[in-house]
Design a protein around this ligand. Structure first.
Ligand SMILES: Cc1ncc(COP(=O)(O)O)c(C=O)c1O
Length: 363
């Protein structure tokens, strides 16, 4: 049987998401994945273990709407953030990626237009292709700011990643609000890394009704493998997202873990301060070299630019040779850059020492 002939027409030109290179061998310093270098704190691990050991839970389906998690997000996690009104509510997804997929399910018919910046997180384009949307790609300015063309853009969805991957900078609320007001569709702001910075556009939910803010437990709460995230938006949007999602999209253990993260959030934020101080240290140390510049970052990674493009790959390969993995994007306008995830002090020291040695050859 010619099974290939049965596949959807769209898949013929579909380019699947390519996760970053993963190496699970001992001895590597992994600085390419933007994961939190720390496991969940012990109070959260304890709650996860209790959930797994609970003989009355694992054979039953989880709460399809994750109501306890939704309540905890609204009443505890975001209570102090001067944000929501009665118009807004929350959606729980199997990580931000599933939330993005659900947004496409709600808004996109084949041929609908979707606005995506370049460069940014790759998943927006992958999903747009999967759902057969027409993609309007808008290049960010050389300093990764948003160009004015955006105010003439039309379409069903715009994706804004803030802080933006790969450069690490957040966008100001003034520009996000202006985009919400000029755009006739929905503005999706992906704040997967926002807990590592000061900026968030959550407060805009009070002012505009065409905004969806997506947030993740993967990064700042170290739960990447359990797959849970949330989105805040006008209740009419959340209602539709809940109608189209798969019924049991988040599992019981992930829901318990998310509740525990919310309960112990202050301890988690305390742990994350180590990442923030390491980010400043790496930025300061690397800024001493001539021939490279370090971009300011609000995320758990930094983006460094080499004046001489040929040196970028030399650093990448020499680091890999000694088992240190950082991220290079072989894509237009990004050839001169390396993205480095902030890790533990010990790993960062290994990276800095290696960088110094390599710099003696090339810088
Ligand atoms: C910008 C951005 N958004 C979303 C995700 C996916 O997040 P989640 O683990 O919540 O699906 C990532 C993962 O790397 C990311 O970089």
């Amino acid at each position: 049987m010619e099974i290939e002939n049965l596949f959807r027409e769209t898949l013929k030109k579909y380019a699947a998401y390519e996760p970053v290179e993963q190496i699970n061998e001992e001895g590597w310093v992994i600085l390419n994945t933007n994961e939190n270098p720390y496991p969940p704190i012990s109070d959260i691990l304890k709650d996860i273990k209790i959930a797994i050991d609970d003989s009355q839970k694992l054979h039953k389906y989880p709460d399809p709407l994750a109501l306890e998690v939704r309540k905890a997000i609204l009443n505890q996690l975001l209570r102090d953030k001067n944000t929501l009104t009665n118009r807004n509510t929350v959606f729980i997804g199997n990580g931000t990626d599933e939330i993005l997929d659900t947004i496409f399910k709600v808004f996109i018919d084949p041929g609908d237009e979707v606005v995506i910046f370049y460069p940014t997180y790759g998943m927006y384009k992958v999903l747009a292709n999967l759902y057969n949307a027409k993609i309007k790609e808008i290049k960010l300015n050389e300093d990764f700011s948003i160009p004015d063309d955006i105010f003439n853009a039309s379409g069903k969805l715009i994706f804004i990643n803030s802080p933006n991957d790969p450069n690490g900078q957040s966008f100001d609320n003034e520009i996000i609000e202006k985009i919400c007001n000029s755009f006739s569709g929905i503005v999706v702001v992906d704040e997967a890394y926002a807990d590592f910075g000061e900026k968030s556009c959550l407060s805009l939910l009070k002012k505009v009704d065409n905004l969806i803010v997506c947030r993740s437990f993967s990064k700042s709460f170290s739960l990447a493998s359990l797959r849970i995230g949330y989105a805040l938006a006008d209740a009419r949007i959340i209602k539709e997202m809940n109608r189209v999602k798969l019924p049991f999209n988040t599992n019981y253990v992930a829901q318990i873990a998310a509740l525990s993260c919310i309960k112990h959030r202050n301890k988690v934020y305390e742990q994350n301060k180590k990442i923030l101080s390491e980010r400043s240290r790496l930025t300061d140390e690397l800024s001493r070299y001539s021939g490279i510049s370090v971009l300011p970052s609000d995320a758990n990674f930094i983006f460094i630019k080499f004046e001489d493009q040929s040196k970028t790959l030399k650093f990448l390969w020499d680091l890999k040779e000694i088992k240190i993995l950082v991220k290079h994007f072989s894509k237009p306008n990004l050839y001169n850059y390396l993205r480095i995830t902030i890790s533990t002090r010990e790993n960062n020291d290994k990276f800095l020492t290696a960088f110094q040695d390599i710099a003696k050859k090339y810088l």
